[in-house]
Design a protein around this ligand. Structure first.
Ligand code: TXA
Ligand code: MG
Length: 315
């Protein structure tokens, strides 16, 4: 059975798969990950193959404690103190890598992206595997991210998936890099800039140039199998009978083939948590030919939502 209950016994079994260079899908607090030992070239190759991910796109390495961080990357006290404020949690930091991490993990960069997740199943799996776990989101390259175990099985029928239910944040971790006391945001995500500001007194900037450094900045990403359009108003929807409308705090004015509201109360955290699940539902609905999604304000989690739907709407 590919869907596995998260008992300790089962997590140990999955850890053994990882130890034997196998691949396991597991929940994190953001999205489901497709994990393999980050120390094994053979295992990491499998992730790229299964996901159809190009080798130029580096992976995030997941650890279960700070001690493990120092075995794979160089991190000074100031950065560690900052990380401790948010970790365990949905923040990924790009640091200078140690030799123990194979080049395939980092797409030959001299840095490695590291994250200490807060999901207890993920933490146990990493601990029992006795190895940091490299894990991209458990979707096919450029497709919608998985926030439920069923989404993972939609892409990969024969992979073992630990069932942790729907993920809490519903969008990926925020990816940052720190240089000369400046935090650069490489990818907006589950930790908002406002939250980072609370713990970082230095500058925080968008990472605009040097796209190559974070291939995650690839234009088309997170895409449903149907055309997606971002709208300012429902009035832009011309054929409601074959359209999905994913609204944000707004009631439907017409009868749509599919209608959901990311957050009737206008809560951006709730909207982020529902985003991929609703896009999956719209994608799966046979009546729907085109998906329309209402833009959200770019404050808090809204930045991460807009970043994702803009990429998802690239055709
Ligand atoms: O929430 C998450 O981060 C999820 C869960 C499973 O932890 N993982 C995830 O992985 O979103 P993935 O592979 O879908 O996205 C990893 C992002 C990509 O944008 C990649 O380019 C960037 O991290 N990245 C990885 N290593 C990097 C590095 N050394 N320098 C810059 N960017 C890096
Ligand atoms: Mg991804």
């Amino acid at each position: 059975m590919p869907l596995i209950k998260p008992t300790t016994e089962n997590i140990i079994k999955c850890a053994n798969i990882i130890k034997n260079n196998g691949v396991v899908a597991f929940p994190t607090e953001t999205v489901y990950g497709l994990g393999a030992s980050a120390l094994s070239i053979k295992a990491v190759k499998k992730i790229f193959r299964i996901k159809k991910r190009p080798f130029y796109d580096p992976l995030i390495v997941h650890i279960h404690c700070l001690k493990q961080l120092h075995t794979i990357a160089y991190c000074d006290k100031k950065i560690e103190t900052f990380l401790k404020k948010i970790w365990p949690g949905p923040l990924t930091v790009v640091l200078k890598k140690k030799d123990i991490i194979p080049d395939i993990v980092t797409a030959n960069l001299d840095t490695v992206a590291v994250r200490l997740p807060s999901n207890r199943i993920a933490l146990k799996l990493i601990k029992y595997s006795k190895s940091p776990i490299a894990a991209p989101s458990a979707n096919k390259f450029s497709r919608l991210s998985p926030t439920k175990p069923e989404h993972v099985l939609k892409y990969f029928k024969n992979i073992n998936v630990i069932d942790g239910g729907k993920t809490v944040y519903g969008i990926e971790s925020t990816v940052i890099k720190i240089e000369n006391d400046i935090i650069y945001i490489l990818r907006h995500g589950a930790v908002s800039v406002e939250e980072i500001k609370r713990y970082w007194k230095g500058k925080i900037e968008e990472y605009s140039g040097l796209k190559k450094l974070s291939p995650g900045l690839i234009k088309k990403h997170y895409s449903p199998s149907k055309k997606l359009q971002i709208i300012k108003s429902q009035k832009e929807i011309i054929q409601p009978e074959i359209s999905a409308f994913i609204s944000f705090a707004e009631k439907p004015l017409k009868r749509y083939a599919f209608f959901v509201d990311l957050s009737p109360s206008g809560d951006l955290n709730q909207a982020a948590a529902n985003l991929f699940e609703y896009l999956h539902m719209a994608e799966e609905n046979h009546k729907v030919r085109k998906i329309y999604i209402k833009e959200v304000p770019t404050i808090g989690k809204g930045k991460a939502i807009m970043e994702r739907i803009k990429k998802a709407s690239v055709s």
